[in-house]
Each structure stands twice: as C-alpha cells, then as structure tokens.
Design a protein around this ligand. Structure first.
Ligand SMILES: [Ca+2]
Ligand SMILES: [Ca+2]
Length: 426
C-alpha cells in the first residue's frame, strides 16, 4: 500500500470528521445533549471511511485494468505455478483428465495453456483455436500419438524448449568425426543426459517436491520410451541431426507457441493483428514478476495506439530474446535512447533468419511502446535502473528464482506493516 492509499484514506476520514463537526454544531444550537450521537459517529466514521476507500480503489482498478478480476486472480496464480514450481506441480495444475491407468494427462489445450504465460487479459476458451489451426508441433509433443500429453511427453518437450543452447552445442561438437552431427542413438542418449542436467531436471529429480506421486507416476522406462518416440519423430526423414537442425526445430516450436499466445489476445481478423496495448502486455514476461501489477497499470495509463501484426509480434519477441544486446549498451553508456533502440532493432532484423525470410521489420511503434513502458522517470530514454534488473530474458517455465517469489511476498508484507504504522502512528 502506497502513501497515495494513506492519503486517500486520510482525505475520506477528514471529510467524515467535518461532517461530525457539522452535526455537533447543529446539536449545540438545539441545546440538547447529544454525546451518544457524537460517540457513535466517531465509531462509524472510521470503518465507513475505510469501506469507501476500498470501493473507491476498486473503481479505480476497474478503470485501469480491463481483465475481469476472476481472470486476473487465476492468471496470476497460474503464472506463479508456471514459473516457480517443479514440473510435476505444473503438470498437475494444468492436466485436466486421467487415462485408463489413472495417471493425469493433458489435453492439447491444457498443454498449450501450461506453456503460455497469462497475458493479463480476459482468459479465452482455446477450443476454437485448436479447431482452426491444429498446430504441427503436437505431432512431436504427443510423440506416441494417443491424443493426449503424458508427463514424460510434457517433460521432454520443455527440456528441448528451454535447454541452454551452450549445453547442447557442446554435445554436438563432441561428434567431430561426423562433422558435428549426431545419429538417432547418439541424440537420444544426449537428450537423456541433458534432461537430468537442466535446472528443470534437477527439480524433477528432487522427489521431495512431488505433489502427488500417485497421479504422476513416471518411471525411467516411461522416460526412455518417450525419448525413443520423440527421436523417431525427429529422425523421420534424416539419419543425421546437426546443431543447426536442432535450432531450426526449436524455432518452429517457439513460433507455434507464440502463434497460440498471439491468438489469446483479441485478434483483428481483417489484418491478423492485435492492439499495441496487448502487444505491450505480452512484454510482462520479460519484467520482474513482483512488478507486473505496476507495469500493467502503466500499460493502461499510457494510452498506446496502433496495431501489431503476428510477424511483427514474432520479430520483436525474437529481438527481446537476445536482451543482452540492449543491456550491454545500457551498462556501457548508462542509458539507451529511443533512436538507438530503433537502430538496434533494424540491425537485428537485417541479420535474423526469420525476419529475412518473412521480409518483416519491427514496427517503430513497438519500440516506442517498450520505451514508454519502462521509462519510469519520463525523460524519453531508458536509463540504467530502468533496464538493469528490470528487463530480462523471457521467464522460463519452472525455472523462476524461488528467491524472487519469496522477496515478492516479503515486500508486500512489509508494505502492509508500514501502512499500519503510518496510519496508527506507531
Ligand atoms: Ca501422448
Ligand atoms: Ca528514463
């Protein structure tokens, strides 16, 4: 709770006190003892002022946040699970049905929802999306083709999606004789090793964190079977797999997920675009989790105009994936201007394979939206503290720093305590 909250409370309380004084003077005029009335007035003014303040705040909130309250609560809870929980907990939260063995399984829609962050808008029914687009990546994700995603399938998919590129690159370079390429058997073994090495794998191995082992039972045999099935899919038309093949494959997965993410906003069917405001909301996943509320409020206050096509959306997401580009500049010069950022985007699009292939540029309005969102002191450029420790890589699934969550909880608790101290003067 901010000092603004306290000021509002004080304002309403003062009005109440004024009202009481008016009643008092009228009571004096009539020369009647009215102590009882005065006392009860004092007793009701405080809670009344508080109640009015809450109503007032709710009204302000509904003006600046269009997502229904229910969706915001659910969306924020789900983001906490996505970013900070071990994979079993993520799976348990999003899987909506069971197979004949009684194990939890995900529908395709559960699966995409688990992998896509809450977008700070109204939560949509995703069935029409799947009816219309039938994403190809499901053929890989649902590697045994039974129409649902099992826990090992889910787990391998996120391992591939989130594996640090340096780690996988190193594995490919070990195969010098084959020109840095792997055959199916080699790739399958690498995938098993890397599954256990990644942060997500470490969390998965920590059995103390399994929420309910009866619902999510996956043995090493289950994992190895899924591993084989995934590799069969990947090596369908080839005998050797290179690092570039891996990158391309992963890019396809990301594009498919971001296509789904894009379509969770209100899409203008005529030109396949979303509003600039929605685009800016999609950047929340690169900002500190605990600050999301403040930045979302800013998104609504900024009154951004313009539209963003799917290709522009994707181009910008790819640009921000390489956030170190921006951070390096800010670390050296202590700031980055809007024009410098626009040039960085231009350079990026000239080099990026997707942008070249699709002949797409980042829309300058997208860059302006980012700057306006992060420029807290309003000087028109991004300064050191507005970027460093703020703008980061897209938050990954199940890899969030627990400390960050702990910190978020502690800081809201501290604010409440501070507010009470200020209010009560203790
Ligand atoms: Ca399956
Ligand atoms: Ca600034």
């Amino acid at each position: 709770m901010s000092s603004g909250f306290y000021q509002q409370f004080f304002r309403i309380y003062s009005r109440g006190v004024l009202l009481r004084q008016m009643f008092r003077s009228s009571a004096r005029t009539s020369q009647r003892s009215n102590n009882m009335f005065n006392n009860s007035a004092a007793m009701i003014i405080t809670p009344l002022a508080f109640q009015m303040l809450i109503l007032n705040n709710q009204h302000n909130l509904s003006q600046c946040e269009e997502a229904p309250r229910q969706d915001r609560i659910r969306g924020n809870y789900e983001n906490k699970i996505r970013f900070f929980s071990p994979p079993e907990k993520i799976f348990e939260t999003f899987a909506s049905s069971k197979n004949e063995k009684g194990d939890l399984v995900m529908s395709y829609s559960d699966f995409f929802r688990a992998l896509t962050p809450y977008n700070h808008s109204e939560i949509k029914d995703s069935k029409p999306y799947f009816d219309k687009y039938k994403p190809d990546i499901l053929k890989v994700a649902d590697s045994n083709g039974d129409g649902v995603i099992s826990f090992p399938e889910f787990f391998f998919f996120i391992t591939i999606l989130q594996m640090p590129l340096g780690l996988i690159h190193k594995e490919f370079t070990k195969h010098v004789k084959e020109g840095g390429k792997m055959n199916q058997d080699e790739f399958s073994k690498t995938l098993t090793t890397l599954r256990k090495k990644t942060l997500l794998g470490t969390k998965q191995i920590n059995k103390g964190m399994v929420p309910d082992a009866r619902l999510i039972s996956a043995t090493e045999d289950d994992f190895s079977q899924t591993n084989n099935e995934i590799c069969n899919q990947l090596f369908k038309n080839k005998t050797l797999f290179s690092y570039e093949d891996f990158i391309n494959f992963r890019d396809e997965l990301k594009i498919a997920l971001r296509h789904y993410e894009f379509h969770q906003y209100e899409v203008n069917e005529e030109n396949d675009s979303i509003s600039m405001e929605d685009f800016t909301k999609s950047l929340m996943v690169c900002l500190p989790y605990k600050e999301a509320h403040m930045y979302i409020k800013r998104v609504h206050e900024l009154k951004l105009d313009g539209e963003v096509s799917f290709k522009e959306f994707l181009a910008f997401q790819r640009f921000i994936d390489d956030v170190d580009h921006i951070k390096e500049k800010v670390l050296v010069y202590r700031y980055i201007t809007l024009d410098q950022l626009k040039s960085l985007c231009k350079e990026f699009c000239e080099e990026d394979e997707f942008c070249k292939k699709e002949n797409v540029q980042i829309n300058p309005k997208q860059v302006e939206a980012l700057v306006r969102l992060l420029d807290l002191d309003g000087n028109g450029q991004l300064d050191h503290d507005e970027v460093i420790g703020v703008l980061d890589q897209r938050q990954l699934l199940g890899q969030g720093k627990e400390n960050e969550l702990k910190e978020a909880i502690e800081s809201s608790f501290k604010k409440v305590v501070q507010w009470f101290r200020e209010t009560l003067g203790i």
